[in-house]
Design a protein around this ligand. Structure first.
Ligand code: NAD
Ligand code: TYD
Length: 340
């Protein structure tokens, strides 16, 4: 099989490429990536030079390049990870989220339709909005996104479904829970808190820290996507997570305990506007295909925190570069008025 993996230099995409090439040695993977701040060639340092891997640098919104790449590389399957992905960045500068997540996905759908290629789209639990206590989202629930990021992902998710209905093109969708693991850009909570703790810097917890997330290991997301690619029903949507959540305070406790760092580093800071209180998904539909997560969320967070201890080479250049400017913009004022 020849796969076009868009966003393959990002966090989940690079983990997926590594996993896929190991499990399916005869496959070819073309990574198609714009290399934004979150797209890092070094995420695949161990794999460049592999016969089955190639990189095309490009924007998923560039229809000519997407079409030409699919034709030249004889692509059978597009797996779309490419996106702007951080809620806080979507609050600071939302328009690029529509450009990439909505229009970019739309371009991929048009090319898939024209060339008769299957498309698998990576969506998120955030499309369901925040979930009242006692409920777990199922795939047929209505979408009720609440941030510019989530709204752009919901629009993409619905476009993919609309193309399947209107044009009958072969698509599948997975909606992933919060992922943690190797190569996650340190703007996201677990890598931010892990690297801050290692550096002895304060950990900025938004509001009361009682928001709940299902912190799933990226490995289980990759096996979930593989399961849907191999056994999923065309036209269907599948949730991928563990089905278990914890509060952010519990997550921070695991990070600090794993790293042997002091809880005095915790600071409660001004909350994120529109902060979703709880995500929670039912994953029985994917389980019915024979998939099971290997990690529980506590293990997943601990393993992720340890990775940052062992991989300073990866995150130190990021943290000392352009990330610093974003960090100051997002946190300087919050931390100056913070409570312990
Ligand atoms: P990431 O931010 O680490 O990586 C995104 C990748 O997409 C980068 O390599 C970037 O260069 C690339 N990209 C961005 N805009 C592009 C464009 N216009 N054209 C081509 N490439 C472009 O993201 P991630 O955390 O790996 O998330 C991957 C996918 O999984 C996204 O679709 C995201 O919405 C979804 N998802 C993420 C999580 C999570 O917890 N991280 C959970 C569920 C779903
Ligand atoms: P994040 O990793 O940004 O993922 P998402 O918002 O997509 O769930 O954040 C995970 C949780 O951690 C979320 O409830 C927001 C919270 N959080 C903080 O409390 N402080 C922070 O500095 C960040 C980045 C996130």
């Amino acid at each position: 099989m020849n796969l076009l993996v868009t966003g393959g230099c990002g966090f989940i995409g690079s983990n997926f490429v590594r996993y896929w090439l190991r499990q399916h040695p005869g496959s070819r993977v073309i990574v198609y990536d714009k290399l934004t701040y979150a797209g890092r060639k070094e995420n695949l340092n161990d794999l460049w030079g592999h016969d089955g891997l190639r990189l095309v640098v490009g924007d998923i919104g560039d229809m000519h390049l997407v079409r030409r790449t699919c034709q030249e590389q004889n692509i059978d399957l597009i797996v779309n990870f490419a996106a702007e992905t951080h809620v806080d960045q979507s609050i600071l500068g939302p328009l690029v989220f529509t450009d990439t997540n909505v229009r970019g996905t739309h371009v991929l759908l048009e090319v898939a339709r024209e060339l008769g290629i299957r498309l698998h789209h990576i969506s998120t639990d955030e499309v369901y909005g925040h979930i009242r206590a006692g409920h777990q989202s199922v795939e047929t629930d209505e979408l009720a996104p609440r941030s510019p990021y989530a709204a752009s992902k919901a629009a993409a998710d619905q476009l993919v479904q609309a193309y399947a209905i209107t044009y009958g093109i072969p698509v599948t969708i997975t909606r992933g829970a919060n992922n943690v693991g190797p190569y996650q850009y340190p703007e996201k909570a677990v890598p931010l808190f892990s690297t801050n703790a290692i550096l002895g810097e304060p950990l900025p917890i938004y509001g009361d820290g009682l928001q709940m997330r299902d912190y799933a290991h990226v490995y289980d997301h990759c096996t979930g996507i593989e399961t849907v690619l191999l056994k999923g029903k065309i036209g269907e949507v599948y949730n991928v997570g563990t089905g278990r959540e914890m509060t952010n305070l519990e997550m921070v406790d695991i990070v600090l305990t794993t790293l042997g760092k002091d809880h005095a580093l915790v600071r409660h800071v001004t909350d994120r506007p529109g902060h979703d209180r709880r995500y929670s998904m039912n994953v029985d539909k994917l389980r019915a295909l024979g998939w099971e997560p290997k990690y529980d969320p506590k293990q997943a967070v601990a393993e992720a925190a340890k990775w940052y201890v062992d991989n300073h080479w990866w995150w130190e250049p990021i943290r000392s570069g352009e990330f610093r400017e974003y960090y100051n913009r997002q946190y300087a004022e919050r931390l100056s008025g913070a409570d312990q």
